[in-house]
Ligand binder design. Structure first.
Ligand code: CP
Length: 316
């Protein structure tokens, strides 16, 4: 079939550690392409990538579209809010319309969990999940993993904290799976209402006190507070969250000197972290965005049947 042995990329649950290394090693190659003066390669020449986003996005949509263009694909962006979706066209009918125009890949973000899985079962094109409900965001997890591997060479034995609104976070679920498959210890941290005990079933630890865990962490992955997803009562106030869980300058001074600070974006300055931390030397938020393009190029390349690039397991 292809080196990943899959038609669609829907979550990180279904990726083995070998497949994760394969994606990250391939991304390393495409990051080099990204830094060339001529950034285009003919991997997807003659193929059509369709970008179908039912929810807002800056990073994910633009980096998928840029990745596809750098691989020489034809790229169609469906403007969902002005498309026939608003006239009531179903997801399947919209997707069949796109397939009839020759779409080989459909990159989809949807507010309903598992919507990409449903689509993948019903169309021939490859479906790449660009984030669905609170279920999965596999390409974010791959770029997060790649970014840590780039800095540390391995995740084996690293202690990674994921801090914030875990309950509503597709990024947290996908990151947990990927980080644990590569041997990291993962601690989730946030208010009891946003980090329920059931998450222990994922094989992670839970803390509701950021000050206790920060000095032990090698990586601090801060998540956005998703005010648009919260039901009343889960989240007392932004001020209280900031007081109890924000990575302030003072808290950051107690972290390991080489601790990596990450955030999938978009960030809420003064809520999840202070300006000085967001713009500090340990923070790799902008690097994550660059790596997002390389990872998405790698995923298109592998799904298109590109040769595996996996000579080394560790990609320092
Ligand atoms: N990280 C992420 O998914 O960002 P966007 O919502 O801007 O795509």
């Amino acid at each position: 079939m292809n080196a990943l042995n899959m038609k669609d990329l829907l979550d990180t649950d279904s990726l083995s550690s070998e497949q994760i290394f394969l994606i990250c090693n391939t991304a390393k190659y495409f990051k080099d392409v990204f830094s060339r003066s001529v950034k285009t390669v003919p991997v997807l020449r003659g193929k059509t990538v369709c970008s179908l986003f039912f929810e807002p996005s800056t990073r994910t949509r633009l980096s998928f579209e840029l990745a596809a263009k750098m691989l020489s694909a034809n790229v169609i962006t469906v403007p969902v809010s002005t498309s026939s979706v608003v006239k009531g066209e179903s997801l399947i009918d919209t997707s069949h319309t796109l397939e009839s125009m020759g779409a080989d890949y459909i990159v989809m973000r949807h507010e309903v969990s598992m919507a990409p899985n449903f689509l993948a079962k019903n169309i021939k094109a490859s479906v790449i999940n660009a984030g669905d409900g609170n279920h999965a965001h596999p390409t974010q997890a791959m770029l997060d993993t790649f970014s840590i591997l780039e800095r540390r060479g391995s995740l084996e034995g690293l202690h990674i904290g994921i801090v914030g609104d875990i309950l509503h976070s597709r990024v947290a679920r996908s990151d947990i799976m990927a980080f644990k498959k590569l041997g990291a210890r993962v601690t989730l941290c946030g208010p009891t209402t946003l980090v329920p005990k059931e998450f222990e079933n994922y094989g992670v630890e839970i803390s509701h006190n950021i000050d206790e865990i920060l000095p032990e962490l090698d990586v601090i992955n801060l998540l956005r507070i998703q005010t648009e997803r919260q039901r009343s009562g889960l989240f007392p106030s932004i001020r209280e969250y900031n007081h109890l869980f924000s990575l302030t300058e003072e808290r950051f001074s107690k972290c390991k000197p080489d601790a990596i600070v990450m955030h999938p974006g978009p960030i809420n300055r003064g809520v999840e972290l202070d300006d000085s931390v967001a713009d500090g030397e340990n923070t790799i938020i902008n690097g994550q965005v660059t790596n997002g393009v390389a990872v998405r190029m790698a995923i298109f390349y592998l799904l298109a049947g590109g040769e595996p690039m996996n000579e080394v397991e560790k990609i320092r």
